[in-house]
Design a protein around this ligand. Structure first.
Ligand code: UD1
Ligand code: CA
Length: 465
């Protein structure tokens, strides 16, 4: 990776227009925070150790989030503007040569390819700065690019400072710069805050470099949406949609069938194997990994799950943090949470909830059950309405059910409990003591039939009337 490129990502602002108590760059689109997307693109253009993220507002939260990516941080104690944010980097950045890419942490759609194109242009040029420009039908809010008579870039004027003629210009500054390091660090101290916002504008560097006799070049980028900066929740929703379209498209090109892709929500990091079918309105979130030839039914929600090959998830099923081995079938209307593990070919049907439960190969719980803190072997049958009573009001207790056991319908299993291999539990039992291997356990009131009782009662009532 290119060691001569330093990247500065500005992420110290509050983001007033989001109307939020959370820093703008922490808001999420496409399953990741805005600043994680920005860093992701930067990592395709420079090594992690050459990427500096400028933090300020909620710096601890932003830094904690990005720490695992190996990037470095510079604190901007007061948000005095984008130019000030770069100026505070001067002392901390340990190289004064090469190239310095600067862009904003609120641009989640930018790709590594576009950053590399910017770098390559500046590398082959004698200019002090190359910036990306684009055209917008509605340029409101963006800095406008002012060009001289010969077409060269002369200055950028901010929305708040522009004259009506300048504000009519549709060529805008989306905020991606590649400086020759020497020129940037030599002149960054010349910025001032004599403007309507009282901020140090990074965009004034264009005017300053031109005044020093340097050249500024631009490369035009057609796809303005890729360069979009997020300032409001309306733009956040648009970015979210575009990022999800990108993910769905990538997966489809990798061999995943997605029915009505505009209705599904799939986070950026999700991986799915070929010939898997995703039905409409599915949500697949977090670090979910899905194998080949699976089917995910309509309106299912999967978060941080691993599904091996040929798993079928029927509609309206909710799965969190669980692992499903090959050929497992779950749902419709099933819920697995907190580290469940289902063995090969296991089946879990409608209105079954499992929590922290291991469920062995080929075992079945087809209807209406709650299995919590349980370890269940292979080939076990859990009858409809079975409940593990895992909580006594103070502590949680576990239930062990060994291979081949048959738990009759509507059984109440009061934990802690061990149910032996091959044993049989009569329907409707309340089981409070462990059951030995191969035994029958029945724990319910014995049935009594009173001959003629109902008929006598009817006759008695009839006499009263
Ligand atoms: C900026 C540009 C504008 C451009 C637009 C593109 C300037 C002066 N203007 O305006 O020309 O068209 O982006 O999206 O640069 N930040 C800091 N410290 C600060 C201020 C901001 O780190 O003191 C960070 C923010 O966290 C944010 C980014 O810089 O991620 C951009 O700031 P923002 O206020 O959104 O700039 P714009 O007004 O959009
Ligand atoms: Ca912005």
């Amino acid at each position: 990776m290119d060691n001569s490129v330093t990247v500065l990502i500005l992420a110290a602002g509050l983001g007033t227009r989001m109307k939020s108590k959370h820093a703008k760059v922490l808001h999420r689109a496409g399953g990741r925070s805005l600043v994680e997307h920005a860093v992701g693109a930067a990592l395709e253009a420079a090594p992690a150790g050459r990427i500096f993220v400028v933090t300020g507002y909620q710096a601890e939260r932003v830094e904690a989030l990005l720490q695992p990516l190996g990037v470095r941080f510079v604190r901007q104690e007061e948000p005095k503007g984008t130019g000030h944010a770069v100026a505070v980097c001067r002392e901390q950045v340990d190289r004064r040569d090469g190239l310095v890419v600067v862009f904003y942490g609120d641009c989640p759609l930018i790709t590594g390819a576009t950053l590399r194109r910017l770098v390559e242009h500046q590398r082959g040029s004698s200019a002090a700065l190359t910036l990306i420009s684009t055209r917008l039908a509605d340029p409101t809010g963006y800095g406008r690019i002012l060009r001289g008579a010969n077409g060269s870039v002369e200055a950028i004027v901010e929305q708040k400072a522009g004259t009506p003629e300048q504000l009519a210009i549709q060529e805008v500054n989306p905020g991606f710069y590649c400086f020759r390091a020497e020129s940037l660090w030599e002149h960054i101290g010349e910025l001032d805050n004599n403007n309507p916002a009282g901020e140090y504008y990074l965009t004034d560097m264009v005017r300053i470099l031109r005044a020093a006799g340097d050249r500024v070049e631009s490369i035009f980028h057609e796809d303005a949406l890729e360069l979009m900066g997020i300032n409001t929740r309306v733009e956040l929703a648009l970015a979210d949609r575009l990022l999800r379209e990108r993910t769905a498209r990538r997966l489809m090109l990798e061999g995943v069938t997605i029915e009505k892709p505009e209705t599904v929500t799939i986070d950026a990091q999700v991986r799915i194997g070929p010939d898997t079918v995703i039905e409409p309105f599915v949500r697949i979130l977090g670090n979910t990994v899905i194998g080949e030839e699976c089917r995910i039914g309509s309106a299912a929600i999967l978060e941080d799950c691993t599904l091996e090959d040929r798993v079928e998830v029927a509609p309206f099923t909710v799965l969190n943090g669980s692992h499903l081995e090959r050929e497992v079938r779950v749902g419709p209307f099933a819920r697995l949470r907190m580290g469940c593990h289902l063995g090969q070919d296991a089946r879990v049907g409608n209105f079954v909830e499992m929590k922290k439960t291991r469920f062995g190969a080929g075992s079945k719980a087809m209807h209406l059950a709650y299995l919590g803190d349980a370890t269940i072997g292979a080939g076990v049958n859990i009858g409809a309405g079975t409940i593990t009573c895992n909580y006594d009001g103070v502590a949680k207790h576990s239930t062990q059910i060994a291979d081949g056991a048959f738990v009759g319908s509507n059984s109440t299993l009061v934990a802690p409990l061990e149910i032996g291999a091959g044993s049989y539990i009569g329907a409707g039992s309340v089981i409070t003591k462990s059951v030995p291997e191969d035994a029958l356990a029945v724990g319910r009131g014995r049935q009594v039939n009173k001959e003629g009782w109902a008929k006598r009662r009817r006759e008695k009532r009839a006499r009263k009337d």
